[in-house]
Design a protein around this ligand. Structure first.
Ligand SMILES: *[C@@H]1O[C@H](CO)[C@@H](O)[C@H](O)[C@H]1NC(C)=O
Ligand SMILES: *[C@@H]1O[C@H](CO)[C@@H](O)[C@H](O)[C@H]1NC(C)=O
Ligand SMILES: *[C@@H]1O[C@H](CO)[C@@H](O)[C@H](O)[C@H]1NC(C)=O
Ligand SMILES: *[C@@H]1O[C@H](CO)[C@@H](O)[C@H](O)[C@H]1NC(C)=O
Ligand SMILES: *[C@@H]1O[C@H](CO)[C@@H](O)[C@H](O)[C@H]1NC(C)=O
Ligand SMILES: *[C@@H]1O[C@H](CO)[C@@H](O)[C@H](O)[C@H]1NC(C)=O
Length: 586
């Protein structure tokens, strides 16, 4: 083995040298394998495109008629070219002031003549609502120096991932209507590290209009993120319209305007499916559901009980009664209404289960206890019943980690557990053989570090609360987000059970006005960890901020130009400078 060492260090020197002399190529997230040259090729709106041999014409803003392979690919091509030709990305922010970074138009143009798209296998119904690992998202992309582009994938979702990579090779020339890539010949071979790469959006603390959700789905697809988890209800509000029980949102929504109709829900899910983003829902229970008391007070205990911290984690408190046939009937009706509507577009349904406070059942005439010995069997029965309903609807249940770890509830093998409570959670869950989605709050809670939302009156409370940091302070910067490896410290067997992760965007102090700037580009950082891996397998090392920052700077510009208000990564001095000017060297 020792004899290999000099060779390896020689190789890595060579790789470093190669990277150092090439222009920055900002594909985000980083593809598994990527080689490029420095031939300039131009792209024309009339480029000849084929899909499995048939001509495919480019129509601006193409809206697919249905969710079939052909329509999904046609719409993907349209979005890709709309993005290249429409976003007007002249990358002056990424080059030294005054430098000649653009190709000379007087030297003539070599054009990309053909773009051949080949799908090597047939899509299945599950392609558009896959369980983790059920769809092959890998793709190969090449652009020859002579101008032949080719994209190959086994599924239409793989085609979408490759199209996104293709779009990130191009810039607009400042002279106007010329679009070029300076990187030909290009060879990309790419596939995701984790099958579940998501964002949790909370529409209960603040309501988000449908257009915010759709814009988020767009940005997710650019980041190769593929799961939008909508935490659609909580104790504060119930925006979800249930045709079978309209009173729940009539009483529970913040305002009649702050609701999602069945059509809204279907439009959101379809919009996602067409972009390879599966939208799935969570109705958190048996805690975090106080709002149901406004329409069905007989089902809820401890509604708005004070002081709230004896009864729940956040006001207003309120939990389902755990020993009530009325609750069971309500949930049967709720699930019969909602699950058949979401099942055509999702593989998962999240039943929550976090932060259930044992004291609540003290106020429940049917229980009158806060002892685990009494509550645990009731909760087991509750979870079994709800998960049975989820499965009957053709969906797979997801729960928060407290259900197996704090309450020792037995859950079936299919169930996915979302971990959030820190370093040991993923380890403990995978040791039990459970499938995991990682949302470690120390890294991937994007709401953290922006202060308390509760008020603290003058006097003792003020002293206690000062300086009003929130519970999960500090802010998770993109660098901290990027440093997290969901499989760190696990055995290979345990690591296989980690399906991926989600960044969480709890919305107590987040609404339409600041959502984009808080989520992007930090969710992009998690996106690269989940798509490309925290460890770069080419080097065996953690991915470096020095490699990531220039690419993220560029990708951030693309997101802004495509209509998402991503925060900046670094100041323009850094994006235009030598990287070492903005590097801390001890
Ligand atoms: C339950 O309430 C008691 C006060 O009656 C309180 O001391 C205790 O901390 C509460 N338990 C929880 C888990 O909040
Ligand atoms: C649940 O309710 C039933 C009857 O409604 C009662 O017989 C039973 O003791 C209750 N269980 C607990 C744990 O309180
Ligand atoms: C149960 O209730 C008793 C009496 O209020 C309280 O002292 C105890 O802390 C509670 N236990 C839990 C787990 O909250
Ligand atoms: C769950 O099991 C652990 C360890 O066996 C135990 O400490 C804990 O009290 C149990 N919790 C419940 C709610 O039964
Ligand atoms: C991808 O890159 C790795 C190392 O960087 C190399 O071992 C592998 O052969 C490459 N695969 C292809 C298909 O180029
Ligand atoms: C990667 O970074 C983590 C800290 O985030 C560190 O514990 C680990 O040792 C690093 N791994 C390698 C291979 O350098």
């Amino acid at each position: 083995m020792a004899s290999l060492l000099p060779l390896r260090s020689c190789l890595s020197f060579f790789l470093f040298f190669l990277v150092a002399i090439q222009p920055v190529t900002a594909v985000w997230p980083a593809p598994k394998n990527f080689t490029k040259g420095n031939t300039v090729l131009y792209l024309h709106q009339a480029v000849k495109i084929t899909y499995n041999g048939d001509p495919l014409s480019y129509t601006y803003g193409y809206v697919p008629r249905d969710i079939t392979s052909k329509e999904v690919v046609q719409a993907g091509v349209s979005r890709t070219l709309d993005g290249i030709f429409g976003s007007k990305f002249v990358p002056w922010k990424l080059h030294k002031p005054g430098s000649q970074f653009e190709p000379d138009l007087h030297k003539g143009q070599k054009w990309i003549s053909t773009f051949e798209i080949v799908q090597t296998a047939k899509d299945k119904p599950s392609t558009f609502k896959p369980l983790a690992g059920e769809v092959d998202e890998s793709y190969k992309l090449s652009v020859s120096a002579e101008g032949a582009a080719k994209l190959t994938a086994a599924s239409s979702i793989g085609i979408l991932r490759g199209l996104e990579t293709f779009s990130q090779l191009f810039y607009q020339h400042s002279a106007g209507t010329f679009w070029y890539t300076p990187y030909a010949p290009v060879e990309v071979e790419d596939s995701p590290q984790f099958p579940h790469r998501g964002i949790l959006m909370d529409t209960a603390r603040h309501f988000f209009p449908v257009e915010d959700i759709l814009r988020t789905i767009d940005a997710m697809s650019w980041n190769k993120l593929n799961r939008l988890h909508i935490h659609v209800t909580d104790s504060q509000s119930w925006p979800l319209v249930l045709p079978s029980m309209p009173e729940v949102s009539e009483k529970g929504a913040y305002h009649p305007s702050q609701t999602y109709s069945p059509t809204d829900i279907e439009n959101i899910q379809r919009y996602g499916a067409i972009r390879g983003v599966e939208v799935y829902f969570e109705i958190d229970m048996p805690g975090h559901i106080g709002v149901v008391a406004l329409s069905h007070p007989e089902l809820i205990v401890a509604y708005n009980e004070l002081p709230y911290h004896w009864w729940c984690a956040q006001p207003p408190c309120g939990a389902f009664k755990l020993n009530s046939t009325e609750v069971d009937k309500f949930l049967e009706k709720l699930f019969d209404d909602f699950l058949p509507r979401v099942a055509p577009y999702a593989a998962y349904f999240h039943t929550g289960g976090d932060e259930l406070n044992k004291n609540d059942s003290m106020l429940d005439d049917g229980v009158r206890s806060n002892s685990s010995d009494v509550l645990q069997p009731l909760l087991q029965k509750f979870i079994d019943a709800q998960h049975g309903r989820v499965r009957k609807a053709g969906l797979t249940p997801v729960v928060w980690e407290e259900i197996p770890l704090e309450w020792n509830i037995t859950i079936a093998d299919d169930t996915v557990v979302q971990a959030w409570l820190g370093e040991q959670s993923v380890k403990k869950l995978t040791e039990k053989g459970l499938k995991v989605i990682d949302s470690n709050y120390n890294f991937w809670y994007l709401d953290c570090g922006r202060g308390q939302w509760l008020n603290w009156d003058n006097g003792a409370a003020f002293q206690l609360g000062y300086p009003f940091n929130d519970w999960c302070n500090p802010t998770k910067s993109w660098r901290l987000v990027y440093s997290h490896d969901p499989v760190a410290g696990l055995t290979p067997e345990q690591a296989k059970l980690v399906l991926g992760g989600e960044v969480a965007v709890w919305s107590e102090t987040i609404d339409s006005t600041n959502f984009d700037t808080l989520v992007w580009p930090r969710a992009s950082a998690a996106g690269e960890v989940l798509w490309s891996g925290r460890i770069d397998f080419a080097t065996g090392q953690n991915r470096s901020q020095l490699d990531a920052a220039p690419r993220l700077n560029e990708f951030r510009e693309r997101m802004v130009l495509r209509g998402v208000r991503s925060s900046p990564v670094q100041m323009t001095f850094c994006t235009q400078g030598k990287p070492e000017e903005c590097e801390y060297a001890p």
